[in-house]
Design a protein around this ligand. Structure first.
Ligand code: NAD
Length: 320
């Protein structure tokens, strides 16, 4: 299939493209090497992709209407997987405008371009954060999502709402995939597992917000990529939502103990008050994804952490 990926130089996008290229799909990648974290990491993520004949890269911004229209009309993808975003909860509190510009206006630019161009489907990367302060666990696709804890979560809800409305008006088939805390090699540097492994290996203090009782449904990148790949053949029309998580929430303190076990080092912890924007738990009900997509996450936290430790040891620790 001919597939356009936005944000294809990032953590999830580059892994997804590895898999799509190995399965001989034709891949068109858009990324603007946004400065949210070191662009040399992103360039490194995609360095192997250029050797594939079935890979095209376009550097540019998803909010640039002319750029997007040119690429979609000339490259004619059958499927668009829209991963480009400003990610991260805490920075969205500091700079909410940027999150709206990229996550909401960027998504709108892509969907608007599809008004007059036929594609099979538009796959939107959403997040567990849309469930916000949902008191009911596990989180099901049918739960209400109108209580976001951060501007990032609100921007992801707005992107989902645009997918619904463009499906209602223009019949564009949209798929909304809600990812739950993705980890693995190439993980973004702002995310907890990477920060904790690096600090423990460097014998640096870890700042832990709250008492360690918050839980996250950590999901390995290879499971997320398999879940996305399964949606390529999903042919139910409409706007369909799937949780892609692990359905096994882990407390923050348990995560730290697991990293201690696999590094053989003791964490030095400093406790701070809980941060605004954080939610107490994320926990995916994945029964719908299992039933309708055949999604079946397989990587345990122990396996995933061991692999990440090896990866991080190979990076220069001070800059990782
Ligand atoms: P990432 O920051 O590593 O990747 C995002 C990519 O998008 C980057 O390469 C960036 O340069 C690019 N980008 C940003 N703004 C752009 C713009 N205006 N135009 C073109 N490209 C732009 O993040 P990630 O962790 O790989 O996340 C990918 C998607 O998955 C995001 O939509 C994010 O909200 C979602 N998500 C991620 C997680 C997670 O745990 N990593 C969890 C839930 C949802």
């Amino acid at each position: 299939m001919k597939i356009l990926i936005t944000g294809g130089a990032g953590f999830i996008g580059s892994h997804l493209i590895d898999r799509l290229l190995s399965e001989n799909h034709e891949v068109i990648c858009i990324d603007n090497f946004d400065d949210f974290y070191d662009i040399s990491e992103k360039k490194n993520n995609i360095s192997n992709h250029f050797s594939f004949k079935n890979y095209t890269f376009h550097e540019g911004d998803i909010t640039d209407k002319i750029f997007i229209k040119d690429i979609i009309s000339s490259d004619t993808p059958e499927i668009i997987i829209h991963l480009a975003a400003r990610a991260g909860v805490r920075p969205s509190i500091i700079n909410p405008e940027k999150y709206y510009e990229v996550n909401v206006s960027g998504t709108l630019t892509l969907l608007e371009t599809l008004r007059n161009i036929r594609i099979k489907k538009f796959i939107y990367a959403s997040s567990s954060s849309v469930y916000g302060l949902n008191p009911k666990t596990p989180f099901s696709e049918e739960d209400a999502t109108m209580n976001p804890a951060s501007p990032y979560a609100a921007s992801k809800i707005a992107g989902e709402a645009l997918c619904h409305s463009f499906n209602n008006i223009y019949g564009i088939n949209t798929l909304i995939l809600r990812f739950f805390t993705v980890y693995g090699s190439r993980q973004r540097p702002d995310l907890a597992i990477r920060k904790f492994i690096r600090s423990i290996l460097n014998k640096e203090v870890i700042t832990m917000f709250g008492n360690g009782g918050t839980s996250r449904d950590y999901t390995h990148i290879s499971d997320i990529v398999s879940g996305i790949i399964k949606t390529l053949d999903y042919d139910r029309a409409g706007c369909n939502i799937f949780n892609l998580g692990n359905s096994n929430p882990i407390k923050l303190i348990e995560l730290i103990h697991a990293i201690e076990k696999h590094t053989g080092e003791k964490a030095i912890l400093r406790y701070m008050d809980e941060q605004k924007g954080d939610v107490p738990i994320t926990y995916a009900d994945i029964s719908k994804a299992k039933r309708e997509l055949g999604y079946d996450p397989a990587v345990s936290l122990d396996e995933g952490i061991k692999e990440m430790i090896v990866w991080l040891k190979n990076l220069k620790l001070s800059s990782s």
